[in-house]
Design a protein around this ligand. Sequence first.
Ligand SMILES: Cc1cc2nc3c(=O)[nH]c(=O)nc-3n(C[C@H](O)[C@H](O)[C@H](O)COP(=O)(O)OP(=O)(O)OC[C@H]3O[C@@H](n4cnc5c(N)ncnc54)[C@H](O)[C@@H]3O)c2cc1C
Length: 81
Amino acid sequence: MDVAIVGGGIVGLSLALNLHKRGLKSTVYEAAPEVKELGVGITLLPHAMRELAALGLREPLEQLGIGRRPGGCESRPGDRM
Ligand SMILES: Cc1cc2nc3c(=O)[nH]c(=O)nc-3n(C[C@H](O)[C@H](O)[C@H](O)COP(=O)(O)OP(=O)(O)OC[C@H]3O[C@@H](n4cnc5c(N)ncnc54)[C@H](O)[C@@H]3O)c2cc1C
């Protein structure tokens, strides 16, 4: 069986990797003539990271990305809110 995946965005590529892990062949059809960097960042929320980690991508993503940092708000005098 060869699964046709229309669109090589993050969903199409994740699906292709998932199918590959399960021993299923797929072909990704992408309309864009080339893959290029847009120069924008993307926030990977915990549920997205969980799925990408399950595909074995945790390490490369952690090397490329900026990890979670403690956040929060402070009032003008510097009190933590
Ligand atoms: C400005 C902006 C900022 C965002 N920031 C975040 C963020 O920080 N964190 C986050 O989780 N999400 C973010 N999102 C949302 C996220 O980008 C989308 O949810 C995600 O890219 C959807 O992935 P996708 O693979 O479904 O679709 P897409 O990434 O849109 O990929 C679809 C692909 O299919 C191709 N295609 C379409 N029609 C055809 C066809 N007929 N034949 C062949 N190929 C076709 C397109 O060329 C495209 O490459 C952001 C979105 C935008 C617009």
